[in-house]
Design a protein. Structure first.
Length: 232
């Protein structure tokens, strides 16, 4: 069951939450990234005001149990409905259906902004300006996006004849003037593999993840890139 339409927009919340069951490649990538990101959210969210910009089904907001306040904003009704189910015991959550570009949330209140898997779908400069507006001084912004230098991502771009990933240098350039880069990471050295044969490629992926790990901060080649910025 597909969770994205032909424009790569998330349209099926149930399928999205079950995406790790769809292929060995999805499982491999998610087993890397989900625990890493959830641990980061948990570490950074204690007693903080969180804005989950493009919250999807709320899988990362779930890790912010100790947050003072959580704003979950998404353009998709089905994804928000799913998030509401997951976060029904979170008294501090406010759900907002919107694009995120219409001042739905007050300026300068965000102490931790989550922008996970949204940068490739919107105008990046416009999103940066919104993130800058929302973040208070000393607040942090978590940025996660698909990496154009990863083999799978650039191959997907060629096949689909559209931009599906971003240059890490471009994202850092957007933030350079107003934010400080606190930490970064990249992993998941996957490549295009025929469906049904992905398990045969796993030893190769694991080897290259191990081999390139010391160099990822200088030349990220993983499927995604993670940056944590702090507002000056």
């Amino acid at each position: 069951m597909e969770y994205q339409n032909k424009n790569l927009e998330y349209t099926n919340a149930e399928a999205y939450d079950k995406r790790r069951e769809s292929s060995a490649l999805e499982r491999y990538v998610l087993d890397f990234w989900q625990p890493f990101l959830k641990n980061k959210v948990s570490e950074l969210s204690n007693n903080k005001i969180i804005i989950d910009w493009g919250c999807g089904t709320g899988e990362y907001a779930l890790a912010a149990k100790m947050a003072k306040k959580i704003y979950c904003i998404d353009v998709s009704d089905s994804m928000l409905d799913r998030a509401k189910e997951k976060l029904k015991d979170f008294d501090q959550v406010e759900f907002i259906r919107g694009t995120g570009f219409n001042n739905e949330i007050a300026s300068g209140i965000g102490e931790l902004i989550l922008t996970i898997g949204v940068w490739e779908y919107v105008d990046q400069a416009k999103l940066f300006n919104e993130v800058k507006r929302l973040t208070k001084g000393g607040g942090k912004v978590m940025v996660v996006f698909p990496n154009i230098y990863n083999d799978l991502n650039w191959m997907r771009g060629v096949v689909k004849m559209k931009k599906v990933a971003l240059r890490p240098g471009y994202i850092k350039k957007l933030f350079r003037k107003d934010f400080t880069l606190v930490e970064s990471a990249s992993f998941g050295m996957v490549s295009l593999a025929p469906k049904g044969f992905e398990r045969l490629f796993m030893p190769i992926w694991k080897f290259f993840d191990w081999l390139w790990k010391p160099f990822q901060k200088f030349l990220p080649l993983g499927i995604n890139v993670y940056y944590l910025f702090e507002r000056r």
